[in-house]
Structure formats: structure tokens, C-alpha cells
Ligand binder design. Structure first.
Ligand SMILES: C[S@@+](CC[C@H](N)C(=O)[O-])C[C@H]1O[C@@H](n2cnc3c(N)ncnc32)[C@H](O)[C@@H]1O
Length: 204
């Protein structure tokens, strides 16, 4: 799947993406909550409309780089900046998220909310590349028991990732990191109940 087709697909989802705010905000909060304050650089990988990037501002970072392939998703994200990021700490970049447009060992935190299933296994070595030793990784991942990509969605999902069926499987995705923890995270927004795994890990 080439990047233009992928961007066009997600551009088509941008208009209504923020109509599902409870789940996206809750996942972003769960990724950010355990992280220490004061990072120099936070990377939000496949930021979409920016939920995790904005949540990262609670860490009082020096700067955040938020990357997504879809110009329409990023336009939605940036439109919220005057209210949510008045100091302009977040930079928004239209680009593939793997490899991230960041120097080796430059990041203190990598966030990836609800997007790993679009990136595939190659994301992990790239996150090890961009994180400084001791830098923190936080990502969510769908459960293999529930996630069955089909229809027009299926071609956008790389096949090289073993979607986990339990917390141990989710933690195993970050096998090259240390201090890995994985928790089942459930959001009930009144209409639906959704569960993912939230994984935190540290770059060696
Ligand atoms: C389900 S949305 C998640 C967005 C956001 N992280 C959140 O939690 O709401 C998936 C996002 O991944 C982006 N995406 C998919 N494949 C990508 C790639 N290879 N590089 C960069 N972004 C990608 C899409 O454009 C879309 O914005």
C-alpha cells in the first residue's frame, strides 16, 4: 500500500474523527498519565487529530513533534492549537511515521495511540532508534481476539504483527525494551465498550 493511497483513505475519515472523543482522549490519557514531567522532546507517532500530542502537554515538555500521513487529519489537529496549545509547543508534520522524522536517540518519549496496527512491526526498531537510552515508550494495541480487519480497511493493516490476545502478548511486542508493563484498558462511552492493551516500556 503506497503512502498516497493510505493518506487518501485517512483523509476520508478526518471529518468525523473527533465525533468519537471519549475513546481517543481516554487512550491518550492512559498513555501519558504514568510518564514523568519535563521531557525535552515528545514524539506522537500517527497523531491523527492530535489527542496524544495534546495530552502530552500535561508533561510540560519543551516540545512535541506530531507526525501523520494524512493532511486532513493534521489540519483537524492544528485547528485545535489556538485553544489547546497556545504556546505553540507542538510541531505538526505530514510524513510517514516510520521512520519518524527525528534524529537518532533524540526523544525522551514516544507515544503511539490506536495506530500500531497501521504501522506494523517495523515501528519498534524505529522507536528504539529515536529514543534516548532510558526514554519512555507508550502505545496502545488492539486485541487479536477482537481485531479482524476486513473490507476496504484490510489492505491498510500490515500482516507482520502478532496482535496480542492477552497482556503478556502485548508486553512481548516491546521485547527489545526494558521495564515493560501491559494493561487491559477498557472504555465505555455509553454507546460501546472497547478494550485495548496499553503498554509502557523503557528504551535500554
Ligand atoms: C486510528 S487513527 C489514530 C490517531 C490518533 N493517534 C488517535 O489516537 O486518535 C490512525 C492514524 O494513523 C495514521 N497513519 C496510518 N498509517 C500511517 C503511516 N504509515 N504513517 C503515518 N501515519 C499513519 C492515519 O492517518 C490516522 O491518522
Amino acid at each position: 500500500m503506497d503512502h498516497d493511497s493510505r493518506a487518501a483513505f485517512f483523509d476520508g475519515t478526518a471529518e468525523h474523527y473527533d465525533e468519537d472523543p471519549t475513546f481517543h482522549a481516554a487512550v491518550a490519557d492512559a498513555l501519558v498519565a504514568p510518564l514523568p514531567e519535563g521531557p525535552e522532546l515528545v514524539l506522537d507517532v500517527a497523531t491523527g487529530t492530535g489527542f496524544a500530542a495534546y495530552a502530552a502537554l500535561r508533561l510540560k515538555p519543551a516540545r512535541v513533534l506530531a507526525v501523520d500521513l494524512s493532511p486532513a487529519m493534521l489540519a483537524k489537529a492544528e485547528a485545535k492549537a489556538p485553544e489547546l496549545d497556545p504556546s505553540g509547543l507542538i510541531s505538526w508534520r505530514v510524513a510517514p511515521a516510520v521512520p519518524m522524522p527525528a534524529e537518532d536517540h533524540s526523544a525522551d518519549v514516544v507515544l503511539c495511540a490506536s495506530s500500531l496496527h497501521f504501522l506494523g512491526a517495523e515501528a519498534f526498531p524505529d522507536w528504539l532508534r529515536v529514543l534516548r537510552p532510558g526514554g519512555r515508550l507508550a502505545f496502545s494495541v488492539v486485541s487479536g481476539a477482537r481485531f479482524k480487519p476486513s473490507g476496504e480497511f484490510a489492505p491498510f493493516v500490515p500482516r507482520d504483527l502478532d496482535f496480542p490476545h492477552d497482556e503478556a502478548g502485548a508486553a512481548a511486542l516491546a521485547k527489545d525494551f526494558v521495564d515493560v508493563s501491559a494493561k487491559t484498558f477498557t472504555v465505555d462511552d455509553g454507546d460501546r465498550v472497547r478494550s485495548v492493551f496499553v503498554v509502557h516500556a523503557t528504551a535500554p
